[in-house]
Structures are given as structure tokens and as C-alpha cells.
Design a protein around this ligand. Structure first.
Ligand SMILES: Nc1ncnc2c1ncn2[C@@H]1O[C@H](COP(=O)(O)OP(=O)(O)OP(=O)(O)O)[C@@H](O)[C@H]1O
Length: 345
């Protein structure tokens, strides 16, 4: 079933904060040593000061994220997005400031983080899921589902050092998504596997969002971001440049006037809705003609056309439900045709 931002639940007005980021700083060493001359001066001056040059990868970042929010971290290369994600997940510690989180966190941040190369896929699933806070019985209950989702097949009993990077990612994603996290962190969603697998992951992420879980993603795919996220934070040289609606954040990234992406999106939706209405109108006309012609066969064909237009709804139904609807519709149409015949008689 296709899920869209407009189908996803809005964040509840009283939703609590699940992530609190307060005046966060992360410093990295830009370069360790200077020239011989600088090193000599440093030595003769009694080794005062720090010879390495540091820079702030995150520079005083403050923001709160509420339960159920779908936040995109945007920014050019090196702006600090991945670093922020790592600090939220706890795999990296801040130099200053704090990050507080509430609820189980899982995600895909660094390829293979948490996977041991010498263990088999099976052992890694158990170890990784345990690290992410699952009980042994819970892992056992979900194991087959995890392996099926990852499409790893018999390779599950091979040591992961022999996996391709795609296989590695697929298994890591499958474990993370099946731990039923409260907060899901993903660095570059589209880095996971090939296209069909990416679509499968995206559907799973949307399913998680539909259940009100919190999502924080780093992505360079602005169209994707505007599809699934409701909030966008643009980072520039480690500082927050913009924090607001995802579609406006996309405009900031694309250097467009505010509202452009939103307008295009609504126009696109409007157009799609109009097209759908038009095709339904044609099908309806064909259906009426079919009723008048009096042939049940043509009526069924026209009905099938309408059914095709409502593919999403039909897909969600069981076969019995579909059959029931088609049967009751045929009975209704036959009655209508009888009445038409009586009127014409
Ligand atoms: N472990 C590290 N040691 C030193 N510098 C680092 C380290 N990790 C990140 N950096 C630097 O910190 C800055 C921010 O990096 P980060 O990976 O957070 O950026 P990003 O916005 O995610 O970039 P990209 O879009 O390229 O993934 C970059 O200049 C990067 O080189």
C-alpha cells in the first residue's frame, strides 16, 4: 500500500520530547602537526598550548525533537549531519553540551557498526539485536522475519567478513527495523542495497512512522525528504541555519523562495487527483453505457476499470472482501437494469 506524508499521522499536540539537544559542541582535530619551525618554537616555549589545530564539527546546536516527528538533517558535505546523528545515537560523545534521549534507539549510522566480522550473520543478528535492547526470546521470535527481510538466504550462516557491502547493509537494516525502535536514525536511506530493496526499506520506514515512531534521517535526496519528513534542519558548518517545515528546509537547500517545494508538491497532488477524477468520470460514463446496453459482461468490464482506478484500496482488501463487493455491485446493477427495462417497456 502506498503511504504518503498526507497519510502519516500528525505529531500529537502534547507529544513529549524524545530527544533534547542542548548547546552541543563536537571538536575534531584538523591537523596534528605544524611545520618543523612551529614545532621547534612550541618545544622551546615549554610545550605550551596545543600543537594540533581543532575545529568545531558541531558548533552550539540546540533543538528538541518530539515523539512522532520525522526530522531530516540537511546540509552540504561536511556540515556535521552524520556527527549529529552519531551523538544522538550515543556512539560518539560530545565535547560540550548534552544529548538526552528517551526510548529504544536503533538505526543505520555506520556501515557494519555493531557487526563482528568473524561471526556468522546468524550470530551477529543475535548480538546486534541484543545490543539494541532485545531479549533472546524476542530475537528468536523475529529471527526468521529478519532473515527473510534481508534476503540473505543461506548466507546467514556465513561469516559476515565474506558479505558484500550490500549484504552487510541489508542485514543491518533488517535487524535495526525489527527491534521496534521508538527512535529510528538513518544515515542516507538510499545507501541501502539495490533499488527494489530500497523501496522495501522505505515502505518499512513509512510503516514505522505511521505507528507514531520518531525518525531522524540524513539525506541528500531532497525529494525523498519532502515525501516522508515533516521537519527539516539545515546545518551549515556545524550550526543550525534553518529549522522548520521540511519543504521549506528543502527550499533553503535549493536556494529557492520559501514555499516553492510545497506549492509544487500540492500542484502535483492536485494534478494527480484531477487526472484520477477524469479517468473515473470516463469509467463511470462507460459503466452507464454498459448498463443501458443491458450486457452484464460489459458492466463487469466497466467495473473492473473502476476497480483499477482504486487499485490502492483494492490491494488492501482480502479476496473474499473483493468478491463480496463485486457480487453486491453486480446485484445492484442487475436490479438497476431491470428497472431501466421496466421503464422502457
Ligand atoms: N572522526 C573524525 N575525525 C576528524 N574529523 C571528522 C571526524 N568525523 C567527522 N569529521 C569532520 O567533521 C566534519 C563534519 O563531518 P560529518 O560527517 O558530520 O558531515 P556530514 O554533514 O555528514 O557530511 P556528508 O554529507 O559528506 O556525509 C567534516 O569536516 C569531517 O571531515
Amino acid at each position: 500500500m502506498k503511504l504518503d506524508i498526507f497519510d502519516l499521522p500528525p505529531v500529537a499536540a502534547n507529544a513529549p520530547d524524545v530527544i533534547r539537544i542542548d548547546h552541543l559542541f563536537k571538536r575534531f582535530v584538523l591537523r596534528h602537526t605544524r611545520s618543523m619551525k612551529e614545532a621547534f618554537i612550541w618545544l622551546v616555549k615549554g610545550r605550551k598550548g596545543d600543537l594540533s589545530e581543532k575545529f568545531n564539527a558541531l558548533n552550539d546546536v540546540t533543538m528538541n525533537i518530539r515523539q512522532g516527528e520525522r526530522v531530516a538533517l540537511l546540509g552540504y558535505n561536511g556540515s556535521g549531519k552524520s556527527t549529529l546523528l552519531k551523538l544522538i545515537s550515543g556512539v560518539m560523545q560530545p565535547d560540550d553540551g548534552s544529548v538526552l534521549t528517551r526510548g529504544r534507539i536503533a538505526g543505520l549510522i555506520e556501515v557494519g557498526a555493531g557487526f563482528h566480522p568473524d561471526l556468522t550473520g546468524r550470530d551477529n543478528v543475535f548480538m546486534n539485536a541484543a545490543i539494541l535492547g532485545m531479549e533472546k526470546e524476542q530475537i528468536e521470535a523475529k529471527f526468521d522475519e529478519i532473515v527473510a527481510f534481508s534476503e540473505i538466504g543461506d548466507f546467514i550462516d556465513t561469516e559476515v567478513k565474506f558479505y558484500s557491502s550490500g549484504m552487510y547493509l541489508r542485514l543491518a537494516f533488517a535487524v535495526a527495523i525489527h527491534t521496534d525502535p521508538e527512535i529510528f536514525l538513518v544515515d542516507e536511506i538510499l545507501a541501502v542495497g539495490d533499488e527494489p530493496f530500497q523501496r522495501k526499506c522505505l515502505a518499512k520506514i513509512k510503516e514505522l512512522c505511521a505507528r507514531g515512531k520518531t525518525l531522524v534521517v540524513v539525506s541528500h535526496d531532497l525529494d525523498l525528504v519532502s515525501q516522508i519528513c515533516d521537519r527539516g534542519v539545515v546545518l551549515e558548518r556545524g550550526a543550525v541555519k534553518f529549522d522548520g517545515e521540511a519543504m521549506e528546509a528543502v527550499d533553503v537547500m535549493r536556494d529557492l523562495p520559501f514555499g516553492t517545494t510545497k506549492r509544487n508538491r500540492y500542484e502535483g497532488d492536485l494534478l494527480a487527483a484531477q487526472q484520477k477524477l477524469e479517468t473515473m468520470e470516463v469509467s463511470r460514463r462507460e459503466l452507464m453505457q454498459a448498463i443501458e446496453s443491458g450486457s452484464t459482461e460489459t458492466v463487469v468490464v466497466a467495473l473492473a476499470d473502476i476497480a483499477e482506478d482504486s487499485q490502492a484500496e483494492i490491494d488492501a482488501m482480502s479476496n473474499e472482501q473483493k468478491l463480496e463487493i463485486v457480487n453486491s455491485e453486480i446485484t445492484r446493477l442487475e436490479k438497476k437494469r431491470e428497472r431501466l427495462h421496466q421503464l422502457n417497456a
